[in-house]
Ligand binder design. Structure first.
Ligand code: NAD
Length: 458
């Protein structure tokens, strides 16, 4: 059977040099049109679509979807001229008479596959980098947020020609067809399990990949931490987007001397943020679908069976995939809450006595996308950073490293390969072409045959 996306792919392949040879002014013009579409024309449609998909509060949509894409566009607009400029490099003595530079050229025809949890952000931010770098792109957002995918398809159709940027809606079958095509680069955001499938498919054509994956991000609260301040930011980071955030604190390791204070502060903060009835709170959303609802509630039931202590929450309502923000301790190590990426509003906590335990616990698991540390001790913080690995880290905060465009964003091994955002995103979608121009080849003559005795001495 003919690949249903072959024609689309070929049209982009044919067009790739027209797009690739655009200058920074032409690319900025496109980015500005996309910015207007997101900021004005489709802003309300996007808010409503995300609310229909999983009751995402409008303010969260503005802050965590629209604002971040618009910021990505603004950063690209301000810096594109310098990003695209050839970077001249030095010349070793042996190459006297030559000059060399790095040319940032587009990779070509790119595929962006995105997840449902921040569907606008995670589809359009990589798109901004791909456009900035001069590529043609096929986008495949998640089938789990169909209302949002529909609006994004409309935006893309409205702003771009299909032979430059196209969006195809659909599920895994659509992805599978697309993955058979010889893309030059594949940018995937999603789970580590699917990341492996993407990498395998990419290997068939030796397409380069950027994999933005997930995993269990630890959060440490040590004996010197200001518990009240720590809890305020951990509760925000954990329950934002109903816990469905790749860099959300997945579990907390709290020093045993701070456990009680931590739990008390946590309960109070949850009430302050989401009231005593979070189900009615306008600041708290829903789990995306029944499949994830069932997965998450099975974790709560397993914790109950294991006689873990539920300090707060633990209730749920299948009518609209509601799960109360939940805090659990005394969980046996075999429980899924300590082994699988939670990706929902349930937070397990574990206590520890000394930092060696913390470091060996973290290092016994796959390398995380983020690691957070709340501490007033520079010694403790340095010890943890030096003896662990993670994609990113915040000290005395959660998640906000994501919004500093001067930082690369991405994971390591199981949590991802390659980096994104601003200049790092531009580089992910660019080939750094090494160019050397020779003006005077005399010194190189020593390399040419015949290999005389004299040359051997030189
Ligand atoms: P997912 O891996 O199930 O799906 C992501 C995309 O891949 C979707 O578009 C889906 O249609 C497609 N897909 C699914 N199965 C596929 C298959 N077998 N072959 C080809 N394509 C397939 O992820 P999800 O449930 O949408 O998102 C949650 C995961 O994403 C979590 O693990 C989370 O940590 C991770 N995530 C990572 C980041 C990051 O920036 N690192 C951001 C958000 C989410």
């Amino acid at each position: 059977m003919k690949n249903p996306y072959l024609q689309l792919f070929n049209s982009q392949k044919e067009n790739q040099f027209n797009i690739g040879n655009t200058n920074y002014k032409q690319r900025i013009k496109k980015l500005k049109i996309l910015k207007v579409a997101l900021e004005k024309t489709y802003k309300q449609d996007i808010r409503e679509a995300l609310y229909a998909d999983f009751k995402k509060p409008y303010i969260e949509t503005d802050l965590t979807e629209l604002y971040l894409v618009i910021k990505e566009i603004k950063v690209a607009i301000s810096n594109l001229k310098s990003w695209m400029r050839n970077k001249h490099v030095g010349t070793p003595l042996a190459l006297l008479g030559t000059t060399s530079w790095i040319k940032y050229e587009p990779k070509g025809v790119c595929l962006i596959i995105s997840p449902w949890n921040y569907p606008v952000n995670l589809t359009f931010c990589p798109l901004v980098s791909a456009i900035a770098a001069g590529n043609t792109v096929i986008l495949k957002p998640s089938e789990m947020t169909p209302n949002t995918s529909r609006v994004m398809a409309k935006i893309v159709k409205d702003v771009f020609n299909e032979n430059e940027i196209a969006l195809v809606e659909g599920d895994v079958e659509v992805s599978k067809h697309l993955l058979k095509l010889p893309f030059n680069h594949i940018f995937f955001t999603g789970s580590p399990a699917v990341g492996k499938i993407i990498m395998e498919a990419a290997s068939k054509h030796l397409a380069s990949v950027t994999l933005e994956l997930g995993g269990k991000s630890p959060t440490i609260v040590d004996e010197t931490a200001n518990v009240q301040t720590a809890v305020k930011s951990i509760v925000w980071g954990k329950y934002l987007n109903t816990g469905q955030t790749c860099i959300a604190p997945d579990y907390v390791l709290v020093h045993e001397s701070k456990k009680e204070a931590f739990i008390e502060a946590f309960k109070m903060t949850m009430d302050n943020y989401y009231s005593k009835k979070p189900e009615k709170s306008k600041s708290f959303g829903r789990v995306v679908n029944e499949k994830h609802f069932k997965r998450l509630t099975s974790y709560i039931e397993a914790a109950k069976e294991d006689k873990a202590i539920i300090h707060k929450g633990g209730n749920y309502n299948a009518n609209d995939n509601y799960i109360e923000p939940t805090l659990i301790s005394k969980i046996p190590e075999r429980n899924p809450l300590l082994n699988e990426e939670i990706f929902g509003p349930i937070l397990p906590i574990k206590t520890y006595k000394n930092l060696n335990e913390v470091v060996s616990y973290i290092n016994s698991k796959a390398r995380p996308l983020a690691l957070y540390m709340y501490s007033k001790s520079k010694k403790n913080t340095n010890y943890v950073i030096k003896n662990t690995r993670s994609g990113g880290t915040c000290i005395n905060s959660t998640e906000i490293h994501f919004i500093n465009h001067e930082l690369p964003f991405g994971g390591i091994n199981n949590s991802g390969i390659g980096k994104s955002h601003s200049y790092f995103g531009f580089k992910a979608f660019s080939n750094e072409r090494a160019v050397l121009k020779s003006y005077w080849s005399a010194p190189l003559k020593v390399l040419f045959p015949p290999y005389t005795n004299f040359k051997q001495k030189v």
